[in-house]
Design a protein around this ligand. Sequence first.
Ligand SMILES: Nc1ncnc2c1ncn2[C@@H]1O[C@H](COP(=O)(O)OP(=O)(O)O)[C@@H](O)[C@H]1O
Ligand SMILES: [Mg+2]
Length: 249
Amino acid sequence: MEMINVENISFSFEDGITRIMDGISFNVEEDEFVSIIGPSGCGKSTMLRIIAGLIKPDGGKVFYMGREVSGPVRGISFVFQDFALLPWLTIIENVKLGFSLINITEEEKNRRSTLLLDSFGLSGFENSYPNALSGGMKQRVGIARALASDPNVLLMDEPFSALDQLTADTLRSDIIYQLKNKDLPVKSVIMVTHNVEEAIELSDKMVILSAKPSHVKEVINVNMPRPRSKRSRKVAALMDHIYAELAKD
Ligand SMILES: Nc1ncnc2c1ncn2[C@@H]1O[C@H](COP(=O)(O)OP(=O)(O)O)[C@@H](O)[C@H]1O
Ligand SMILES: [Mg+2]
């Protein structure tokens, strides 16, 4: 089944002059991990906001499970590059923001948030404030908050790029492990990244965008067994191909 269809999306900011996207289309199937790669400023973050129903495109449509997206959708959650935690709320209060569109009791919110924090190794930090946490821990909170609403589709905007490499590596494998957890309803992930190696490691499909006004240069189905070592010849060849594609104009 197709979870997300992006159909011919065009977008300019309000001045109407700077065209950011020009007819972008791609699909995301159930159980698919899709990466979006493209040069800085080509509209990747804007694309995710359009998919989440936070911004309206000038042209084209987005469908979530066959229904047109016209505003925030309950089944779609967002993980931000800069974590986007509210500094005046405790960790558990930040996670509970993820339940805002859901009608459950306060006790149930507390119970579920505690479980989520526990599964991300943050037991004991429920009543701390974000500034007491390292970057990696903050992003775990950001992800726990995104998962609170039991989303079918998870949108991640460069989720590891604000972290040092070791922290990013650990968190990346933790996340992948968590997403395979059968208790989570996450079916599909769309991740924006500028890290080609990361994209190859994680993705079933990669959408390569051009510079703005951006269009889809290539959609690559990554049919390789996991784990994918960058030392393998196939991975190295694919990396070379993508770098060459990104360099072309
Ligand atoms: N609020 C805004 N008003 C006008 N231009 C914007 C605004 N936000 C972003 N832009 C421009 O739109 C382009 C796409 O931004 P963005 O989606 O953040 O790109 P990316 O995530 O690919 O780096 C950039 O060139 C940026 O300068
Ligand atoms: Mg961005």
